[in-house]
Design a protein around this ligand. Sequence first.
Ligand code: PLP
Length: 410
Amino acid sequence: ALLGGNMSNITKSNKLHGVCYDIRGPVLQQAKQMEDDGLKVLKLNVGNPAAFGFDMPEDMHRDIIRNLYSAQGYCDSKGLYSARVAVYQHYQQKQLPHISVDNIYIGNGVSELIQMTTQALLNSGDEVLIPAPDYPLWTASVKLSGGKPVHYMCDEEQDWFPDIADIRAKITDKTKALVLINPNNPTGAVYDKALLEELVKVAREHNLLILSDEIYEKILYDGVEHFSIAALCDDLPVITFNGLAKTYRAAGLRMGWMILSGNIDAMSDLITGLDILASMRLCANVPAQFAIQQALGGVQSIDNLIEPGGRLYEQRNIAYEGLNAIDGISCVKPKGALYAFAKIDVEKFNVTNDEKMMLDLLKQEKILLVHGRAFNWYKPDHFRLVFLPHKDELIPAMDKMQRFFASYKQ
Ligand code: PLP
């Protein structure tokens, strides 16, 4: 017999059926191929600040290096005590109720903590309300954990705020949790207090656990203020997620945390589940945890990047104005985060497949974007642009996009 001829195919598990994370999908494969062929592709597809010359603060480097020798062993599965105290103090300032160092978990990125939470929380068929569009890890993670992602609509006409009536209409007796992403990826929305209070009301009426992903907490434009939903309810179970990847430009450190607040008693059983999962992965990367205290200690600030004249502020404006200047493309002004979620006039371009449109743009102009349906958006009529490149790259990119869309028909 031929070598391996009798071997049956090694298949992936059924658990992965329907689990998808398209940000790193087929269009990216094409981009890789083009790079292998020696072409230069402008990658506006992933929110990775360091790749565009945004460095993490020097003091954070120094603290990691200084502590390397004492960071050789495992630490407590929830994380280094000093790092958790720093997280605790940060949320004390934000006035989160009923918090303690004990109910803080440090993870290898927010990504790991999202997956730990859905694994600890969900039984087969349990439903979780997730925004559409979303950061797709939430949907993928709920699916992988055996739960059912149920998408509620965010309304482009209302600055991409969640549609409360749609949330209410989608609650069933299986709904266990409500996810919000604030500031939002991919829309750039930052929720005001009135909206958050409405969301609290819904969660209270239906006994929902609130899961608030606040990884862009400090990336805010035009003077908008960020409120943590957890500070607005001391009677509900809330888990807030945040980390070093974006605000502190340290995505490669893989450092995130989550903090439980409000009605801790209601989460006591869930906590035993989280503790099991935290122990199973022993602990998060220890050297990187030494950056947390420095990051949250009060000295580090990103104001110079986000205020008028700052690099991110300027790039946000270039992206927003550039997209709206293209005939057939429009976008809501992002108030936070690193992204613009632009609308495509599908009739003008005759678009039925947004992914193909992005593939065509990639082939013609060597610009890599992500199609809207990768964010669990329901129609092929959006794409997301990352406005991290310096204006010297971003301005020509906007010109190229203008050229592409001027003649595009699908
Ligand atoms: N949550 C949101 C909303 C994100 O946009 C991202 C990364 O882009 C993550 C979580 C993942 O963060 P981390 O790098 O900490 O795993």
